[in-house]
Design a protein around this ligand. Structure first.
Ligand code: ADP
Length: 270
């Protein structure tokens, strides 16, 4: 296996007795390395929109006698700063997630609310491309976890499905429970993912061909947030995709079955 980082401390307890404390710091080192990497990536990613805003500001100054150009540069500046805001929000979300890893106090989480909210949030983007977002499957399901995290994961999947879909298509969000877990699937008829890229899409900041869908203004962090949520919940995220035809992302989370759910009409968690 990989080299382990072990420290040993020796404390003499008497002339013939010593106490040896051995501490395995491998995990700590790894966490440190991941954090260093993350900070380096974050700085790199922040530099791009900040650099663009700086250039646009200079262009505005130079074009002071051309009101049309000023307006064009200014609206691109506004777009770039929106992108920067989105990026900072996702970075904060991801570092918050990493802070409570693994989940300490799971709660029963109602999926209907979360899915309805994710669909609502994507409604403007979906509407502008005439995409129908429909829900199906079992309603009233609950998972065991953290409301905010599950909500972030589902929202990211639905908003990706809409972003990478063709106009006039359908996005389906479907739920089912089986063997103590709940599957939440988000199915789109969008651009799909090339099979040689599919292993990489869950990496932080990774985007398939950023130039191809620059207009979607993504950050490459959404799926790493989903993956993290799956991991902290002891769940799973899987993807099937055919390039040019569409993708299905399935998030699997541990099911919470309300005690006496089928015996009593009174729901204890509502
Ligand atoms: P982004 O902010 O770029 O959407 P994500 O981490 O959410 O970042 O996704 C990483 C990449 O995976 C995206 O840039 C896109 O190339 C690809 N991707 C994610 N979801 C889909 C989807 N539903 N259809 C096609 N490609 C997708």
């Amino acid at each position: 296996g990989p080299p382990r980082h072990v420290t040993a401390r020796v404390a003499p307890l008497g002339s013939r007795l010593v106490l040896v404390l051995v501490e395995d710091r491998t995990r700590e080192r790894r966490v440190e390395a991941v954090r260093r990497d993350f900070v380096a990536n974050v700085s790199h990613e922040l530099k791009t929109p900040v650099g663009a805003i700086k250039l646009l500001a200079e262009a505005v100054c130079d074009a002071s006698d051309d009101p049309e150009a000023v307006e064009r540069f200014a609206s691109r500046m506004s777009l770039e700063s929106d992108r920067l805001t989105g990026l900072v929000q996702q970075i904060i979300e991801l570092s918050r997630l990493q802070a409570d890893d693994p989940l300490e106090m799971p709660d029963p989480v109602d999926l209907d609310d979360i899915i309805a909210m994710a669909v609502d949030t994507s409604a403007i983007d979906a509407g502008s491309k005439n995409i129908q977002v429909v829900t199906s499957g079992t309603s009233g399901l609950e998972v065991f976890g953290n409301h905010e995290q599950v909500s972030a994961a589902v929202s990211n999947l639905v908003s990706n499905a809409v972003s990478y879909s063709r106009p006039d298509s359908t996005v389906l969000v479907t739920t089912k429970a089986e063997d103590g877990v709940v599957d939440i699937s988000v199915v789109d008829q969008g651009i799909g993912i090339p099979s040689n890229e599919i292993d990489r899409i869950f990496e932080r900041f990774y985007r398939v061909d950023p130039a191809r869908h620059r207009s979607t203004g993504g950050t490459g962090l959404g799926l790493s947030i989903v993956k993290h949520v799956a991991a902290t919940h002891g769940g799973d995220i899987r993807v099937w995709s055919v390039e040019g035809q569409g993708s299905t992302f399935t998030l699997t989370l541990p099911q919470h079955v309300p005690s006496g759910a089928d015996a009593s009409p009174e729901h204890p968690h509502r």
